[in-house]
Design a protein around this ligand. Structure first.
Ligand SMILES: Nc1nc2c(ncn2[C@@H]2O[C@H](COP(=O)(O)OP(=O)(O)OP(=O)(O)O)[C@@H](O)[C@H]2O)c(=O)[nH]1
Ligand SMILES: [Mg+2]
Length: 346
């Protein structure tokens, strides 16, 4: 991928060792014993009831309730109703572009006609699904270790999302290694350590306040030694300066590439949906400074602003690959536009 260039790596870095050869092994690796931090929140038990769609529906319930207000019961579609619809869409953070476009489409299709929820729902669903349609697949290495860096502003849900992803991969039989490269806060390492122990995957840590790039270096070695399938790197959300943070992320990228030239295979930025338009802004800013390849939109369950996914896609131009719909270990889902829209209305 073009990530090499974006991280500032030239061809001269070719002292790089071969990536972990051979077919990656599956199955659970033994978890190392980790120190515990009693103050860390106990991860929630798995929510299995009702499956993934039920979890998605539960997660989007606040936004769904908001939208229910615009579903008319036998009203004529006049300017007043169109205005109400637009207002609710904007309140749910669909963004002015999507809201205006949808209302325009509704006007063209139903102006002056009776507009019932039986018509409104399929109409809106179809139009919204079209707007969300994009490639959401995760880019895995063709062979050897797939390296996923996870970045984002502090508190957005990076560490939790990494745990959820690792759990998913582990369940699928992949060997996962986690790198605790957020050495800025000691508690951050402990939080990841608790998750890794619980999930049953290996975690590599460094010294508190140590160089995150050296943690990444060790983690790549560990992943190669274990012939792991996936290495996921947790990074700091905040440093003393923004430039410091970006430099640190770039350095990590270069360290990885010395050992695995086509890595990282994804740089995922985590965004907190409850922050609405701020999330859009964060994505735009990060994208300018970092070779972000995909987004993870968390905490959709905590907000009636689930429509924020629309301005994110429209204004940032990056794929949303996963969504977080709760604090439980199962509450991260691959983003599927059709299911997302179904859960918004049904
Ligand atoms: N309700 C809900 N809470 C979430 C979700 N994802 C993360 N959280 C919560 O958000 C809080 C912050 O999550 P972290 O994973 O620690 O965030 P972080 O980005 O690693 O934070 P820093 O390490 O401080 O930068 C935790 O309380 C998580 O449980 C989600 O999808 N839904
Ligand atoms: Mg964290």
């Amino acid at each position: 991928m073009a990530l090499g260039k974006l991280f500032g790596r030239g061809k001269k870095d070719d002292e790089a060792k071969k990536p972990g050869e051979g077919t990656a092994t599956a199955g659970p690796p033994p978890a190392e014993s980790k120190e515990k931090a009693a103050s860390q929140p106990e991860p929630e038990p798995e929510k299995k009831k009702g499956g993934a769609f039920a979890a998605l529906r539960r997660g989007l319930s606040k936004t769904r309730d908001k939208l229910a207000a615009i579903l008319p019961i036998g009203r004529k579609l006049d300017d007043d109703l169109l205005e109400e619809i637009e207002t609710v869409l904007i309140q749910a953070d669909f963004g002015p572009i999507t809201a205006a476009d949808l209302c325009e489409q509704l006007r063209d299709a139903y102006k002056g006609k009776e507009f019932t929820s039986e018509q409104a729902i399929p109409f809106l669903k179809e139009r919204l699904t079209l707007r969300l349609d994009h490639d959401t697949s995760l880019n895995f290495a063709k062979e050897g270790i797939s390296v996923f860096m996870v970045a984002g502003v502090n508190g957005t849900g990076k560490t939790t999302s990494i745990a959820k992803l690792a759990h998913q991969f582990h369940k699928e039989g992949r060997t996962v290694v986690l790198a605790a490269a957020d050495t800025f806060r000691a508690a951050a390492v402990e939080q990841l350590a608790i998750w890794s122990e619980r999930i049953g995957v290996e975690m590599v840590r460094g010294r508190d306040g140590g160089d995150p790039a050296s943690v990444v270096f060790d983690a790549v070695e560990k992943a190669q030694e274990l012939r792991a399938d996936v290495l996921i790197i947790d990074t700091a959300g905040r440093l003393h300066t923004e430039k410091g943070l970006m430099d640190q992320l770039s350095k990590m990228g270069r360290v990885i590439q010395k050992k695995i030239p086509d890595a990282p295979h994804e740089v995922l930025q985590v965004l907190d949906a409850t922050t609405g338009q701020n999330a859009v802004q964060q994505a735009k800013e990060f994208h300018k400074a970092m070779p972000v390849t995909g987004l993870v939109l968390t905490k959709l369950d905590g907000t009636a602003r689930g429509g924020v996914i629309f301005p994110i896609l429209e204004q940032v131009g990056l794929p949303v690959k996963f969504i977080g719909v709760g604090e439980g270990i199962e509450d991260l889902q691959p983003f599927e536009p059709e299911k997302f829209v179904d859960a918004l209305f049904d």
